[in-house]
Design a binder for this molecule. Structure first.
Ligand SMILES: [Zn+2]
Length: 65
């Protein structure tokens, strides 16, 4: 039988995952508003403009049930 490769589908899926990941990581500063992204650190986000800091919950550890 023929095995069809649906490359377009997997690419679209990969893109969607990547995009959401970026969106989650890159956050705009609530103080400075749109266009000002916060720097991502190990467990926190900081704004380079106003030094606003926001601590993150460990999103990397998802093995806990
Ligand atoms: Zn700021």
């Amino acid at each position: 039988m023929s095995k069809e490769k649906k490359g377009g589908e997997s690419v679209a899926k990969f893109y969607q995952v990547t995009e959401s990941k970026i969106e989650r990581t890159r956050r705009e500063c609530p103080r400075c508003g749109k266009g000002v992204f916060m720097a991502v650190h190990k467990d926190r986000l900081t704004c380079g403009k106003c030094s606003y800091t926001e601590f993150q919950k460990d999103q990397t550890k998802k093995t806990k049930h």
